[in-house]
Each structure stands twice: as C-alpha cells, then as structure tokens.
Design a protein around this ligand. Sequence first.
Ligand SMILES: NC(=O)c1ccc[n+]([C@@H]2O[C@H](COP(=O)([O-])OP(=O)(O)OC[C@H]3O[C@@H](n4cnc5c(N)ncnc54)[C@H](O)[C@@H]3O)[C@@H](O)[C@H]2O)c1
Length: 289
Amino acid sequence: MSHGVSTLGVLGAGQMGGGIAQVAAVNGLNVKVFDNFPGTIDKCKATHKKSLAKFVEKAKITQADMDAALARITYVDAPDKLTGCDWLIEAVVEDAKVKKDLLTRLSAMYPDERVVLATNTSSISITDLATAAGTTAGRVVGMHFFNPVPLMQLVEVIPGLQTTPAVIDRTISLATALGKTPLRANDRAGFISNRVLMPMINEAFYAWMEGVAEPHAIDGIMKLGCNFPMGPLTLADFIGLDTCANIMNVLADGLNNERYRPCPLLKQLVTAGRTGVKGGHGVYPYPAK
Ligand SMILES: NC(=O)c1ccc[n+]([C@@H]2O[C@H](COP(=O)([O-])OP(=O)(O)OC[C@H]3O[C@@H](n4cnc5c(N)ncnc54)[C@H](O)[C@@H]3O)[C@@H](O)[C@H]2O)c1
C-alpha cells in the first residue's frame, strides 16, 4: 500500500523531531516543522545545515541534494501554520498529558481521517494516546524512530487497539520510503526497545549510586564486556536523562510494577538540570564546542 504522503508535519523540533524532518526532506517529502519553545526552531534549522553538510562531506549526498532537502523544509512558529499536511507526527516531550492535548488539537485542525496522526513516543500507550483523537482514534499510530534519526535504521511500528489496518500498512510503507526498517511491536508500556533497554540503563544508575563503580568504569565494562557500541550511562546522556526518567515512570505505571521507577540518582540529576548532551551536562559534561 502507498503511504500517500507529500507533506509531513512534525510537532516538536528537538533531537527527534528535527531528525525526522531531516530524513523526510532528504527522501523527497515536503516538511513543516513546529516547536513551541522560543529559539528551538532556529537551533533546529542550524542543526539541519550542519548535519546535512556532514553527509555531503562524506559523499553520502551531493550539495544539490542538501540544497533541495533544505528547500523542502518550512519552519513554523505557530501550530495553525501547519496547514496542508497529509501526515503529522508528534515528537514533543515524553508526557502523556502534553501529547494528548496536542493530538486533540491536531484532530480538530485536521478533521479528514486520511491524515494520520503518528506519535514518536518511546513508551506511552498508543491506545491511551489515541483516545485523544476521539472518533478518529483509528488514525493514531506509534511510529518510533531512534536517535540519531538520520543514522539509525529502525522504526518500531506500534498499533494501538483502535489503529486501522490501513494506517498500519501506510506507516510501514512510509518508514520504508524513508530508508528505514519498520518492525512491529504490540502496545505494552515501553514496547520492545525501551522495555528491554531502559531497565538496564536505570540499573547502571543504581550501580553508580551504590558506588559499585564510577561512570567511566560502568560504561567501559559494558562496552568491552558486552560489545556495546557505547556504555549505558553515555547512551542515557544521548537519549536525555529527563526522557529516561519519564520512560521509567511510564514502565512502572503501565506494567504495574514499582521496580521500574527511575533510580533516585537519575531523578536528582534531572532536578539539577543535567539532562544530558542536549543540556550540556548529564552523567558527563559536554562543553559547548
Ligand atoms: N531522545 C531519544 O533518544 C528518543 C528516541 C526515540 C523517541 N524519543 C521520543 O521522542 C520525543 C521527543 O524526544 P526528544 O529527545 O526529541 O526531546 P527534546 O527535548 O529534544 O525535544 C522535545 C521538543 O518538543 C517541544 N515541545 C514540547 N511541547 C510542545 C508542544 N506542545 N508543541 C510543540 N513542541 C513542543 C520542546 O520545545 C522540545 O523542543 C519523546 O516522546 C521521546 O520519548 C526520544
């Protein structure tokens, strides 16, 4: 089945939304990106230029491809400027209330059910998020990209109980057209990727908190001993410590099990504003270049 998308609307221009917008534009879609935090849109635009220039340098795309991709992206500063999209994907903060408010607004702005409302949530129930679209819940689907989106191959496709078979097929078709490999998971908290990954990351924070080893040793042991490309604490910094803590809370609530709550040290770092690479400091410091 064809995905039938010519203009993709992306809500949230952070690490993930920015990456999704870039990949869509490189693959020939028109893209409109929106973020409600002042300055984020400019940062997103600058990241696109920098990231695409690296692809040109490595001869993965030509300068003409880069220029064409940038020309296909429109950056908007108000949600009502997101008109004319035939597929919307939200990549805002991992908070069910924020996402549901947004999905309710989007379903009112786009009453045509053929406009799919995809969510890049890492862990929140798609069935629950879909209720925010009222009678059009069948067009809500989980389309979970990985970070950094331009480099990572997987898209986890998660139907909610309400998602129609046609929307699932179109999601698989769109992910494939974006050069990704779609794999399906069912709608349980954390799906597959974060159900397996996040408790391991959380455990690494416990090991650090209990003084079992220092962060460099924890990461080094997991890298060299388990052949991981990076250690769990470094990975947490890339994901965002706030996002990791939010996901653990979703797992604890969704799986009815308190053992999934975020480690106190992880929560404390978030409270101190240490959100990881994006904030300039997480487990490790990331001085501005
Ligand atoms: N970081 C990861 O590795 C990763 C991987 C896969 C999925 N995700 C998921 O993707 C989503 C975004 O994560 P991120 O890492 O890009 O976070 P981020 O903090 O980098 O970006 C989130 C952006 O959403 C914006 N935002 C918040 N509320 C908004 C609203 N109502 N309308 C428009 N914009 C709004 C914020 O200003 C921010 O720029 C989350 O659901 C997260 O769980 C993250």
